[in-house]
Every structure is written in structure tokens, then in C-alpha cells.
Write a protein that binds this ligand. Structure first.
Ligand code: PMP
Ligand code: GLN
Length: 383
């Protein structure tokens, strides 16, 4: 293994899901739903499989899906795109993020990101030979995660190539505020950088609305917006994602993407197109279900004695283990199946400055109500 990849062990998600299987614990670690997505989407996939959509699709994705992606972005976020030149379908958001970084960063270029960060970001930045400049999100007295403005300003410099922004944010559940987005947009323009936004949780916001950075003045031309079907349509195993942006950035992503995977699962593409065109009621119903799940889990975690930091978005909630006598999240999560029969994920592994997250762990609430109730029941043993 090349030296630069040696610090990356097995992902924490695989480790914790294996631990859940081994111990029979309730798995609130890795974020994947335990119910299937919309039946119209599943039927369309079955039909495509049986109907012969089984050979290489076009490089940028099938036209029906590219059109559906554009219509969805227009319907929900008011962004106008050309489906022929401004959209590329990818193997999940993961490939889109990797291809974007590989396409835009020269070795030694710097990527400003927010820690804790989704784990593939660090690996993709490293694969590109680029350098990450993480800005720390810390919970404030109001329980909301925020960053220090001076720290963000200081992270930008002459080598900054792009900002990698994830909102709604995994693992903290933070939704970046309009003022925070305006500051990020201003810094991108001042330093003439690109922005790559990971918006896979775009439909999972519980209070304030979701705002794509690409919609802010001056940002459309410099932003690649990434999303995925996995979260919105409860099909994380399908790995159908996409990137949208100005043609010159999308064509740069395509140049790299064609040699990573070439194209992606043909029969799933018409099915995701069907899902993206579902009426608004599907999307609001999905959000409402997840919001109710979060309320259920937050009440249970609070009763079990955790210091809960409720999420503004995503399907994750973070909790402080110190009220329960915990000091190290990795240790706590390794012992949790034995102590209470539940699996969670330590968030400290998503920081460069691990001390900032040592006492925090993450629970997923994209699970059926009875599963959350079972987990909460088990966690009562800790109090
Ligand atoms: N970005 C974030 C913030 C995520 O939480 C995830 C996990 N699902 C991904 C990207 C990966 O998405 P996909 O499975 O579509 O590659
Ligand atoms: N995005 C999911 C999470 O944060 C898991 C993705 C993965 O296992 N790589 O839990």
C-alpha cells in the first residue's frame, strides 16, 4: 500500500457494523435505513432489469435521469441547468466527491473543509496529493455546532483550491445558516476558489430550510453541487449519485470519472429518475418521518443520561458521553454493545484535532420506530 494511504484503516462504518453483527446489538451506527424506498422507484428498477436496460449507459448518465436531476433542482432549489452539459451521474456521492477533488486539485493544493468530516473526504484529498485544512465545528452553549469565523478566514490562503462543504452536515446534524453560507461564499470569491458541496441530506432539514451554496450570488459559476439517491430514497446500496454545475466543472469531473468507474448501474438510473419526479408529498412525508424518529431517539438518549445535541438536519444525532462518565468515544462505542446491546459511531475519528470530538458519539435514527424504541430501552441500563 502506498505510504499516503497507510493512515487510513478500515472505515469506522464497516468496523461498527461488523461489531453489531458479531454481538447481535441494535445497529444505530452506520447510516442506512431499515425500510425500502418508494414502491414506484422499486417497480421501475425491476421493470428496467426485465426490460433489457442492462448494458453500458451513456457516460454522463441516461438522458431521462439527467433531465430528472435538473427538474428536481429547479423544483426544490430554483437552480437552472442544462441537462446535456451541466449534469453527471456518478457511483454515489462518494465517487462525485472523489472525482471532483481529483479533477480540480493539483498536488499540494489545499482544500478547506469542516471537521468532523465525512471519512471519504480525507482519503480523496490524500489520493489527489492535496492537503486538507479543516476548520473545527464545536457545540456552543445553545447546543448548536458552529465554527470560529477567524479560524475559517485563516484557513484560506494562496494554495486554497476549493472549499468542500457538507450541509446538512454528517455527523453533527448541523445545517449551515444563511450568514455562514454568505461568509463562505464571500471567502470563495475573495480567494478565487471553487466550492464542492455535498448535499446528500438536502431533504432532511427539520427547522430552517436547506440552502444550496450554488444559489448564492457569484457562486453558480464556481460550485459543483453533489447529491445522491441513497438518502432521499432510502436506497443506500444503489450508489446512484450526481454532480451538477457549470459545464467546464462538470466536464472536468467527467474526464476523471470515466476512468474511475466509466459508467454506473444502468437499470437503476430510470428508477431514480422516477423517484426524483415524485410529488412534493413524498419528500415532505419522508422528512416528517425522520423528524419524528429523531424526537423519539432524542427523548430516549436524554433519559439514558447522554448530553444530547439535537440535529437540525441529516439522520444522525450526536451525544456527549461525559455525563455518563465516558471520556473517549472510541472506547465507549467499542464497549457499548457489551454494556447495552447498542452500536453507535465515535465521531472523533472524523477530526484531525481529535480532542475536539473525543467525548462525542453519533446515533443514526433512519430506523423503524420499534427499532429506535428497542435501542432506547436497552440504553436505559446506562443511566
Ligand atoms: N456524503 C455524506 C455526507 C454522507 O453521509 C454519505 C453517506 N451516505 C455520502 C456522502 C456517501 O453517499 P453515497 O452512498 O451516495 O456515495
Ligand atoms: N454515510 C453513512 C454514514 O455516515 C455510511 C456510509 C459508509 O458506510 N461508507 O453512516
Amino acid at each position: 500500500l502506498v505510504e499516503r494511504m497507510r493512515p487510513f484503516g478500515t472505515t469506522i462504518f464497516a468496523e461498527m457494523s461488523a461489531l453489531a453483527v458479531r454481538t447481535g446489538a441494535v445497529n444505530l451506527g452506520q447510516g442506512f435505513p431499515d425500510t425500502d424506498g418508494p414502491p414506484e422507484m422499486l417497480a421501475a428498477a425491476a421493470q428496467a432489469l426485465a426490460g433489457g436496460a442492462n448494458q453500458y449507459p451513456p457516460l454522463a448518465g441516461i438522458p431521462a435521469l439527467r433531465h430528472a436531476i435538473v427538474e428536481h433542482e429547479q423544483r426544490f432549489w430554483g437552480l437552472a441547468r442544462d441537462p446535456d452539459t451541466e449534469v453527471v451521474v456518478t457511483a454515489g456521492a462518494t465517487e462525485a466527491v472523489a472525482a471532483a477533488i481529483l479533477a480540480l486539485c493539483e498536488p499540494g493544493d489545499e482544500v478547506v473543509c469542516f471537521e468532523p468530516y465525512y471519512d471519504s473526504y480525507a482519503a480523496s484529498i490524500t489520493l489527489a496529493g492535496a492537503v486538507r485544512r479543516p476548520v473545527t465545528l464545536r457545540p456552543g452553549p445553545d447546543g448548536r455546532y458552529a465554527f470560529d469565523e477567524a479560524e475559517l478566514r485563516a484557513a484560506f490562503g494562496p494554495r486554497t483550491r476549493l472549499v468542500l462543504l457538507n450541509t446538512p452536515h454528517n455527523p453533527t446534524g448541523k445545517v449551515f445558516t444563511p450568514a455562514e453560507l454568505a461568509l463562505i461564499a464571500d471567502l470563495c470569491q475573495r480567494h478565487d476558489t471553487y466550492a464542492v458541496t455535498d448535499e446528500v441530506y438536502e431533504h432532511l432539514v427539520f427547522d430552517a430550510p436547506h440552502t444550496p451554496l450554488a444559489g448564492l450570488p457569484g457562486m453558480r459559476e464556481r460550485t459543483l453541487r453533489i447529491s445522491s439517491a441513497g438518502k432521499t430514497f432510502s436506497c443506500t446500496g444503489w450508489k446512484v449519485g450526481w454532480a451538477t454545475g457549470p459545464a467546464r466543472l462538470v466536464s472536468a469531473v467527467l474526464r476523471v470519472k470515466q476512468f474511475l468507474t466509466f459508467v454506473n448501474a444502468a437499470p437503476l438510473q430510470p428508477a431514480v429518475a422516477v423517484a426524483l419526479r415524485l410529488p412534493d408529498a413524498y419528500f415532505t412525508g419522508f422528512t416528517a418521518t425522520l423528524r419524528a424518529n429523531q424526537d423519539r431517539l432524542v427523548a430516549g438518549l436524554t433519559a439514558a443520561g447522554f448530553g444530547v445535541l439535537p440535529a437540525e438536519g441529516t439522520y444522525f444525532v450526536t451525544a456527549d458521553i461525559r455525563p455518563l462518565g465516558g471520556t473517549d468515544g472510541v472506547e465507549f462505542c467499542r464497549e457499548l454493545p457489551g454494556r447495552a446491546g447498542v452500536v453507535a459511531v465515535p465521531t472523533q475519528v472524523f477530526y484531525d484535532h481529535q480532542d475536539a470530538g473525543r467525548h462525542l458519539i453519533r446515533f443514526a435514527f433512519c430506523k423503524r420506530a420499534e427499532v429506535i424504541d428497542d435501542a432506547v430501552d436497552r440504553l436505559r441500563k446506562l443511566a
